[in-house]
Design a protein. Sequence first.
Length: 241
Amino acid sequence: MQILSIKTIRAKREELESEYALLTEFPEGKLAEIIEDVGFKCTLCGKCCTKEFNDHVFLLDTDIDRAKRIDPSSIVPAPYFELCDQHGNFYVSGYSLRCRENGDCIFLKENRCTIYSDRFSICRVYPFMLHREEDENGAYDFRQISGLNLHGEYNHPVSREEAEDIAKRTIAYEKEFLKKEIAFYSAVLEYFDKNGLKPVRRIYDRKMKEFNDDIPVVVYVFSKGNFERNTVKLSDYTSET
């Protein structure tokens, strides 16, 4: 989502706060029932680990140190920068994983995750989810399964205990994600006010064109409560190895 004004930043934060409130009211048992009913079983197809299927892997703050320990070059500012100030600096809410030139996750090899026991937060709950988004008919509501009928197998037995554990971990992930996004927009408001900054659409569009032309741009990434300065270009988002 491209942010065009301070007013839009405040509105986006309020929207996220509203979603967080709704999430806290969502019955954990209801999600567990849905997980039982769907009966998802992973078939090791590897689709979820590709850019074509999932675009990018967003990392929570709790994932960052682990990613840097495993491979410092594995992370980049998350794509789809939220806003750009009048000086041409982008701002984004976190880091994501790089991918290979073919679109596979950098940690996918021969269709298997090479860090499976040390995988990241979203990888541990996927394909389960609990956040609001539009479906193919434009209906905006909570979704519980990502990529339904596009991967894996269904109608396999899932014990109530297992379903409740998955539901608990899924809701915990979604809460952490929303808290990070809310904190990002709050930090942006404070940082922009303190430094006399403002979002500018014309400059956003110009700098995005430079980025897409593989010209380096400055991106401030919100990580662990602070903004970290990165200089990146489009080709940094893929790796040959």
